[in-house]
Ligand binder design. Structure first.
Ligand code: SAM
Length: 199
């Protein structure tokens, strides 16, 4: 389907499907970081569907749900106001999966952010980037700067990710990119727990 035929609410319509897909793809993770989490909708979804512990990180806490409500209704979700370019408050090599849903394009230093992501991932941990590709409906609607498939793959490769895969899905309006941190160069114990969840 050509761009002209896609409705303006196309992205709202496909979002539930994308969430399901993220949930399936990250289902084996125990600890997940959702970077650029906005209102923590995806974090809440993952905690409910997969019973995962999800730390949502965003540079702005404006859209965060009420803290008491989160603690009561989504006890596995933590929302943290921090910049993705400095993730040293998260223990290194401890996170099973990182998801960045429609957020990397907003970050001024995407490569620094990906380096930070790499450092917090466990050996063999997964990064999943869901983005608007360049020349997409999103570009027409919001006129922001988006990555090409090749650009994102190169960033991941430069940082050291392995088994990088990138596809255009949903009428080529979504860029779905994943990679794994190198299992051999990292040797932290699988048993280690994230401090934020320790009581
Ligand atoms: C388009 S919104 C997407 C929000 C959410 N992932 C969603 O799908 O609804 C991008 C988010 O990235 C956040 N963001 C931008 N730069 C950031 C940074 N350096 N560190 C953390 N979050 C950042 C913004 O505050 C915003 O909430």
């Amino acid at each position: 389907m050509g761009l002209a035929k896609l409705p303006d609410n196309f992205y709202d319509k496909i979002k539930p499907r994308l969430y399901q897909r993220v949930s399936r793809e990250l289902r084996s993770a125990n600890y997940v970081l959702d970077i650029g989490c906005g209102n923590c909708e995806l974090a809440k979804y993952l905690s409910q569907t997969n019973r995962q512990k999800v730390i949502g990180i965003d540079i702005s806490s404006e859209s965060f749900p009420d803290k008491e409500k989160i603690n009561k209704d989504w006890p596995l979700v933590k929302c943290v106001r921090r910049s993705a370019s400095k993730l040293n408050f998260v223990q290194s090599e401890i996170i099973d999966a990182v998801v960045m849903f429609w957020s990397l394009h907003e970050m001024n230093v995407p490569k620094v952010v990906l380096q930070q992501v790499y450092s917090v991932l466990k050996p063999g941990g997964k990064v999943l980037i869901v983005e608007f590709p360049n020349k997409s409906l999103a570009q027409k609607l919001w006129n922001e700067k988006y990555f090409s498939k090749e650009q994102l793959m190169k960033y991941l490769d430069d940082v050291g990710f392995e088994h990088i895969q990138a596809r255009l899905i949903e009428n080529k309006q979504i860029l779905w990119v994943s990679g794994y941190s190198c299992a051999e160069n990292k040797n932290k114990s699988e048993q280690v727990k994230v401090k934020m969840y320790e009581t």
